[in-house]
Design a protein around this ligand. Sequence first.
Ligand code: ACO
Length: 325
Amino acid sequence: MTKIRSVVLGCGSYLPGQVVTNAQLAARIDTSDEWIVQRTGIRERHIAAEGEFTSHLAIKAAQAALSDAGVDAQSIELIVLATSTPDNTFPATAVTVQNGLGIHHGAAFDLQAVCSGFVFALATADNFLRSGAYKRALVIGAETFSRILDWNDRGTCVLFGDGAGAVVLEAQEQAGKTADRGVLTTHLRSDGRHKAKLFVDGGPSSTQTVGHLRMEGREVFKHAVGMITDVIVDAFEATGLNADSIDWFVPHQANKRIIDASAHKLHIAPQKVVLTVDRHGNTSAASIPLALSVARKDGRIKRGDLVLLEAMGGGFTWGSALVRW
Ligand code: ACO
């Protein structure tokens, strides 16, 4: 029986011009390139310029995705933007992006699931497309985490970067098989008992300030691999696919050690793992579409390839998706 699937028509990304290396951070705080590379795999990150907001990065990523897809902005009916660093408390940054793209129809809204944001946004848009509510959607992950970092806390400020990535999805009728193009399955989870391990200590309702990111790094690390692998097993069980079936593993880029351990536990060959954390740092909701764009541009991900996505972040939230390109 045929099925409506959300097929990826194109993807794109944008990174701010300013690159900050580990050595540059070591000149400002008590850290070293060696410590950061050994613990995280991160070598450098991009940082947004003064006056450059999350919406600016998102608009550029969306334009790149539309151009890659070869479709006009006016054909987009839905924008779901994942971010924890919106331009303003309200309106949603997605609406600013919609206006910036010259779109004044359909719907646009933000979605907040921290580092899992892109997977949550992809699942949300996929459900709208499969229901028949919309035909074409932009799914964006965009962040300026540099604005919520405590630059005196060496345990967190070395880990994150700014950037944006986007994909264009289109509802298309497919055969209803795992060989179909499009989003084959998504799995989302959350558990608020872990709030204190990774949070921002401010907000409009609590402190009336933006606040700074706080993290118990070891605690996050301890839970990450188990949660990530659990939700990937859910995706494999739902589809009958497995680690051998996938062509590319594009994980949330938080930390090379978490990615390596997850791939190892799932028996995913290292050459199938797309890694950008060395150059981008952790860009939260933007990291997966940024990595997808890199692997598309350098020719690794090709039409028909099976791509496994996963993310885990504050909340905790975590999720996975299997997408045939
Ligand atoms: N440079 C030098 N030394 C540092 C730095 C730094 N940037 N940061 C911490 N240290 C020191 C600590 O002060 C501590 O020193 P002490 O032993 O004298 O007290 C020592 O290094 C060890 O500190 P830990 O925090 O225990 O270091 P750990 O080995 O756990 O590594 C890290 C820290 C990299 C944050 C690790 O816990 C980790 O990767 N956690 C996962 C967190 C993560 O990736 N979060 C991203 C957000 S969540 C997500 O996206 C999944």
